[in-house]
Design a binder for this molecule. Sequence first.
Ligand code: AMP
Length: 506
Amino acid sequence: MKEPIIGIDLGTTNSCAAVVEGDGDVKLIPYKGGEYTIPSIFAIDDKGNELIGYEAKRQWQLNPRNTIYGAKRLVGRPFQSDVVQQMRKVAAYSIRPGARNDVVVDAGKREFTLQEFSAKVLGKVRDVASAHLKQPIRRAVVTVPAYFNDRQRQVVKEAGSLIDLEVVRIINEPTAASLAYGVGKGMNKTVVIYDLGGGTFDVSIIEIRDRVFEVKATGGDIFLGGIDFDDVLIHHVLKDFAGKTGIDLAADPVAMQRIKDLAERTKIDLSSREEVAFNIPFITMTAQGQPLNIEMKFTRKLLEQLTSQLVDRSLQIVARVLVDSGLSTKDIDEVLLVGGQTRMPVVQDRLTRFFGKPPSKGVHPDEAVAVGAALYAHSLEDDTNLRVQLLDVIPMAIGLEKAGGAFHSVFSRNAAIPNAKQLLATTSFDHQTELAMRIFQGDHELVANNDMLGEFTFSGIRADRAGAVQVEITFDVNIEGILTMRARDPATGREMTTTVRVTSQN
Ligand code: AMP
């Protein structure tokens, strides 16, 4: 049988793969025991064995320092960024500065880059798929949050190459979900994909015209997801316990792990129940050696109150994306829910109020992204009878640093991709043979508040007087949202050499 390209949803908490089979049916790839998702967790046990997925999750409570979870949030982030600093406070594993102004994580006294961590999870998903399909899998379409910048997308490509998995295309998670909803149905609809997963929030407005899927606008927050709902609950438990006993459990990783586990379960239970007990026996001991328990109760109301700001934040982003798309709520035919956290009833209620109609149950919240990735993978095959056209956008402006740290945008937020733009620069001193440019992505007018994508140096410029030589710089953003740059001398037509360096920001 021909070797298929699989679709992989590389999630913050769980990953999932799907494939289109010969007759055109999409199948999720099952893992042992019939589960379709694999926890995106990597650990090293005390014997030095590497554990990935359920094996890693199972021993998480006992080995929190060597268990890497939620690390997708760290992908492509500088060590000094708020996201990383906040993660360092809550993660039991150590997060340290890496060599490329990124971070590395530790497990079992070994250091892993985020490329390596992602490669471990992708490798596991690939192996499960190969075993299930009984043939080697070497190519995949992998999804990323729409709100991932260029650097974060590059990490996923690099992760694939570490394990000989060709990431043939990176597509955005909400775009993939829209494919799961609309492919092959001859539809003409404008849909909102509200994707609140374990670690990230994305929202895209997508116009579906039969086989053409055109993203009108996208937005998101890569620091808003189910984990933050859990954290609010955990914080409440810690405060309550400290109030009753004067003991701060935050410094005890094993206690924290038990609280985290129960917090997530309680949150999930409160989606179907009004009240849930929160009891953990023997969480710690008093100075006199007496065991102490956590004995609390959570109601759905309390959870809603504690997390209302998180839901508000997501709706503010929805409102902005709607404005960016030039549409109003009455232009929206369906609101589709993706990501496990959208099962929380208040999320659905708030969306119903916002759009004036209840969200549709048109896609499976946990499976749609992998299914869409598989459909897209299949549409790239030579012999496919399923052709789809994706017209996507970049989530944040891309541009360069001007004198004084100002940001000059070359592509605006929501610019359609693929896209190319040219810019003419002139030499500013005599015999200048090199031109360096710092490129950023973000929506702020100062580069310091945006993410640096790299420093591009163009060399081999003709030596001449200042201002006498022009350099034509082409910015190319491909369909995956990845930037490449090149430069040529318009007078001679000669291409210059381009090197990219990711340096520390500012
Ligand atoms: P995903 O990344 O889509 O797998 O989303 C996982 C997130 O959804 C985790 O934070 C889960 O705790 C959360 N989740 C799963 N099921 C529910 C539920 N029934 N109610 C609330 N949150 C849920």
